[in-house]
Design a protein around this ligand. Structure first.
Ligand SMILES: O=C(O)[C@H](O)COP(=O)(O)O
Length: 206
């Protein structure tokens, strides 16, 4: 019984590089982002991982990361489900703004609250709590059954949709999750017990 869940944040996007709030906008990966996604795939291949199914968002940076990983492990044609439930947190009116310009306009502290607090949404956007309210039910009803059936499941998604998922898996409080940062292209491997609790967590950082 594998019961393995692999989470990967997409590689660097054009807007990560330009330091813009991205959210539901759909920029492509940069060259570095493509390389990071391939490196993630190589790390998973080195572990001998083979997937039973893959999940990603409807945004191209996550989809391309997913495909690079599947190509690396020799599973280019694996069934892949794309769902907006895994999209990045909606950054609302901040989407497209430069993060440093936003700090100058609203102050360092307010921007940090919008980026990392648990339940303060940016104007017209989603808080991490709102993001979790769509990610976690999707995980429970659609993803987790594949894992508990003994599968190995790949999820290629986004910084905040994965932070929301990790918060729930790790049982972090709203305060604890503010310190959780996910690197681009860094695989996080969970193995679950039969009762769905976490047996182990392994972060494949460089
Ligand atoms: O949507 C974005 O801008 C990034 O993917 C994540 O942004 P953050 O680091 O501000 O949460």
């Amino acid at each position: 019984m594998s019961r393995t869940l692999v989470l990967v944040r997409h590689g660097q996007s054009e807007w990560n590089l330009k330091n813009l709030f991205t959210g539901w906008r759909d920029p492509d990966l940069t060259e570095k982002g493509h390389a990071e996604a391939k490196a993630a795939g190589e790390k998973l291949k080195a572990r001998g991982l083979k997937f039973d199914i893959a999940f990603t968002s409807v945004l191209q940076r996550a989809q391309k990361t997913c495909q690079h990983i599947l190509d690396c492990v020799g599973q280019s044609d694996l069934e892949t489900i794309r769902d907006r439930a895994l999209n990045e947190r909606d950054y609302g009116d901040l989407s497209g703004l430069n993060k440093n310009d936003a700090r100058l306009k609203w102050g360092e502290e307010q921007v940090h609250i919008w980026r990392r607090s648990y339940d303060v949404p940016p104007p017209n956007g989603e808080s991490l709590k709102d993001t979790g309210a769509r990610v976690w039910p999707y995980y429970l009803h659609t993803l987790q059954p594949h894992v508990l059936a003994g599968g190995t499941v790949l999820v290629a998604a986004h910084g905040n949709s994965l932070r929301a998922l990790i918060m729930a898996l790790d049982g972090l409080s709203g305060e604890e999750v503010t310190g959780l940062e996910l690197g681009t292209g860094v695989p996080v491997i969970y193995r679950l017990n039969a009762d769905s609790t976490v047996a182990s967590k392994d972060i494949l950082a460089d």
